[in-house]
Write a protein that binds this ligand. Structure first.
Ligand code: BG6
Length: 542
C-alpha cells in the first residue's frame, strides 16, 4: 500500500497588483543585495524605478497620446513601473479623472504596439490616473498642483519623487519651468524625493535661443535634473551601435581615416508633414532632423570609446565630436549644403500634394523639406573623411541608415573580371528591416575568375525573437531610473546648434533655390547628387 501523502492546500491566488508589489520589493532587495554582496555584482538585475508621480504637461496633445501614454501603459503592463505610481495629467482643457482616463484608453487602443489591451493591467493603471486642468500662466493652478502631489504622496506612497514631462509647445517650456520653481517643485530636499524634468525637442531654434532656454531652465533645475529627449537615442538599433562598436574587437582598428573612405547617414521619410504644417513652417528639415537626429547619429559613429557608460563619460565623448565638426562659412554652405522642397508627386502608388499645397503652409514658403550636406570632423581619427548627411520628407521610402564605406583595395588584381567588385561597405539599418550588412567581394562560382560584390546580413527579426521596445519606453524608464546617458546635455545641444546655425543664417541671407526642386517620391534635388558627383562618389541606393 502506498503511503498517503498530505497535499498542502494551494496558496490563495494573489492579485496582479500584489504580484507587482512583491516583484518590486524583490527587485529592490536584489539591488540592495548586489550593492553589498560581491558574488552578485555583475549579474543582470531587472531595474525598477522608485515610487513616483509622473506629471505630464500637454497631456491632451498629440505627442502625449501617440507616444508618451502608450509607453507608460507598456511599462506598466510589463511590470516595469512600481506599484506606487501615479500619472498626473495636466492641460488646459476641462476633463474629469474619468473622462480623461477614457481618452487615454482610446489612445492605447489606437497606438499601443501590443494589442489587444490587457484589461487587468489597464484597470490598475486607470485607477492611478488623475487629471488637473491648468492654465500655465495661472499661479493658483500651480499651487493646487503642488498640493495635489503632496496629497498623492500621502495617499499613494509616491514618496515625493516627481518626474515632470513637458510634452507641450516649445514656447511654453520657460513658463512652466518658472512656475515649477516658484512653487518649489524643483527642490530636492535630502530624503524627500527626487525631482526631474523631461523636455522634448526642439530645444531652441538656433544657438542663441538654445542658450537662452538653457539659462532659463538652469535658473530652476540643476543640469543633472534635466533630461532632453532626442527619441533617436532610445531606438534599439541606435543603442546597438554602441554595442557593435565597443563590444566587438575587430571593428575598432579599422574605424578611422586610414581605412574609411567616407560615411553616409540617411534619414529618409516617405510621409509629408502630416497635418503639422504650422509646426514645420517654423522648423524645416535642418531644425527638425539635422540639428538633432542626424548629428546625434554622427556622434555615435565618430566618438572615441568612453571610459564607461556613465552618462557624463558618454556625453563628454559625443560633445568632443560635435565640437570638432567644422562649422561651415557662407561659401561652404553654398558649396556643400543642399536644401530642397518637395512638389506634387507619387509615393507608394498614391498621388500626393506638394509641400506648398499642404494645410497651414504658406503658398510661397521657402521652408526646406530636404537637407543634405558634406561635413568634416577635424580630429585625429577622422580628419579628411567626409560625412555625408541627408534627410528628407516625401522620399520614396522610410529608411534610416548609417553606411561606412571603406577605402578600395590598393591594387585591383581582378581587372579581367566581368563582374563589378566594389569597396567594402558596412551598413547599419536603423529602421525598418533593422540589421547590419557587410558588403565584400566574392568569386562567382565557375571556371573563370569573375568577382562580384555580395552581402553578409544580420537581421534583428530572425536573430532575436523578442520584440524591441519603443524608443519612448526606453527613455521614460531611463529617466525614472535617473540614467541620463541617452539624453542630450545642455552643452551638446548648444554645440549642435553651433554647426546648424551658420547654415540657417547663410540661407536666410541668400536667395533660395527655385522651390519646389524635387518631386514627391524622388530621392531629392539634383543638387544633392551633384554634391556627391563632384567628390567622385554617389548616394547609396537604399
Ligand atoms: C521627429 C520629427 O523628431 O522625428 C518628425 O519632428 C519626424 O518630423 C520624426 O517625422 C521621425 O521619427 P521616426 O522615429 O519615425 O524616424
Amino acid at each position: 500500500m502506498s503511503p498517503t501523502r498530505t497535499v498542502a492546500p494551494p496558496p490563495p491566488a494573489r492579485t496582479a497588483l500584489q504580484l507587482r508589489a512583491a516583484a518590486s520589493a524583490a527587485r529592490r532587495r536584489n539591488r540592495a543585495d548586489a550593492d553589498t554582496n560581491p558574488l552578485r555584482q555583475g549579474l543582470r538585475l531587472e531595474r525598477v524605478p522608485d515610487p513616483c508621480a509622473f506629471v505630464l504637461f500637454g497631456a491632451t496633445g498629440d505627442l502625449a497620446h501617440r507616444k508618451v501614454i502608450p509607453a507608460i501603459y507598456q511599462l506598466w503592463r510589463t511590470n516595469l513601473l512600481p506599484a506606487e505610481f501615479s500619472l498626473v495629467a495636466v492641460a488646459r482643457r476641462p476633463y474629469t479623472d474619468e473622462t480623461f482616463a477614457a481618452e487615454v484608453r482610446a489612445s492605447i487602443e489606437k497606438f499601443s504596439r501590443v494589442q489587444p489591451i490587457d484589461e487587468s493591467a489597464w484597470s490598475e493603471l486607470a485607477g492611478r490616473i488623475t487629471y488637473q486642468q491648468l492654465d500655465f500662466a495661472d499661479d493658483a493652478g500651480f499651487d493646487r498642483l503642488g498640493e495635489k502631489l503632496d496629497e498623492l504622496d500621502a495617499r499613494c506612497g509616491t514618496a515625493g519623487n516627481r518626474l515632470f514631462y513637458l510634452a507641450t509647445q516649445p514656447s511654453q517650456v520657460t513658463e512652466i519651468v518658472r512656475q515649477l520653481g516658484r512653487v518649489g517643485l524643483d527642490k530636492e530636499i535630502r530624503g524627500a524625493g527626487w525631482r526631474r524634468l523631461i523636455v522634448e525637442k526642439p530645444f531652441g531654434r538656433d544657438l542663441e535661443s538654445a542658450r537662452t532656454l538653457n539659462h532659463e531652465v538652469h535658473k530652476v533645475f540643476r543640469e543633472s535634473q534635466v533630461y532632453r529627449i532626442d527619441h533617436y537615442l532610445g531606438k534599439e538599433t541606435v543603442r546597438n551601435l554602441l554595442v557593435f562598436r565597443f563590444g566587438n574587437g575587430i571593428f575598432e582598428p579599422v574605424w578611422n581615416r586610414s581605412y574609411v573612405d567616407h560615411v553616409q547617414i540617411t534619414v529618409a521619410e516617405s510621409i509629408g508633414v502630416e497635418g503639422r504644417g504650422a509646426f514645420y513652417e517654423e522648423t524645416g528639415a535642418s531644425r527638425d532632423i539635422l540639428q538633432n537626429h542626424l548629428l546625434q547619429l554622427m556622434t555615435l559613429v565618430a566618438m572615441e570609446p568612453p571610459a564607461s557608460f556613465q552618462a557624463d563619460a558618454l556625453r563628454d565623448q559625443k560633445l568632443a565630436v560635435l565640437r570638432a565638426i567644422a562649422a561651415p562659412d557662407a561659401d561652404e554652405v553654398r558649396r556643400n549644403i543642399v536644401r530642397g522642397q518637395y512638389g506634387p508627386g507619387w509615393v507608394g502608388g498614391e498621388a500626393v500634394p506638394g509641400y506648398l499645397q499642404e494645410p497651414e503652409v504658406d503658398s510661397e514658403s521657402e521652408t526646406e523639406t530636404y537637407v543634405a550636406g558634406r561635413f568634416s570632423i577635424d580630429d585625429w581619427r577622422w580628419s579628411g573623411v567626409p560625412f555625408y548627411l541627408r534627410a528628407g520628407k516625401r522620399l520614396p521610402k522610410r529608411a534610416t541608415e548609417i553606411a561606412i564605406q571603406f577605402k578600395d583595395v590598393p591594387l585591383r588584381l581582378f581587372r579581367e573580371s566581368t563582374g563589378d567588385p566594389a569597396p567594402n561597405v558596412l551598413a547599419m539599418r536603423i529602421q525598418p528591416d533593422e540589421g547590419i550588412m557587410l558588403r565584400f567581394t566574392a568569386k562567382v562560382p565557375g571556371l573563370g575568375l569573375d568577382v562580384r560584390a555580395v552581402n553578409m546580413d544580420f537581421a534583428y527579426d530572425t536573430s532575436f525573437v523578442v520584440d524591441s521596445p519603443d524608443a519612448y519606453e526606453t527613455l521614460i524608464l531611463d529617466a525614472l531610473l535617473g540614467d541620463a546617458s541617452l539624453f542630450t546635455r545642455a552643452d551638446e545641444v548648444e554645440a549642435a546648434w553651433s554647426v546648424v546655425t551658420p547654415i540657417i543664417n547663410a540661407w536666410a541671407d541668400s536667395a533660395s533655390p527655385h522651390f519646389p526642386n524635387y518631386a514627391a517620391g524622388s530621392w531629392g534635388p539634383e543638387a544633392a547628387d551633384e554634391l556627391m558627383e563632384r567628390d567622385g562618389r554617389r548616394w547609396r541606393r537604399i
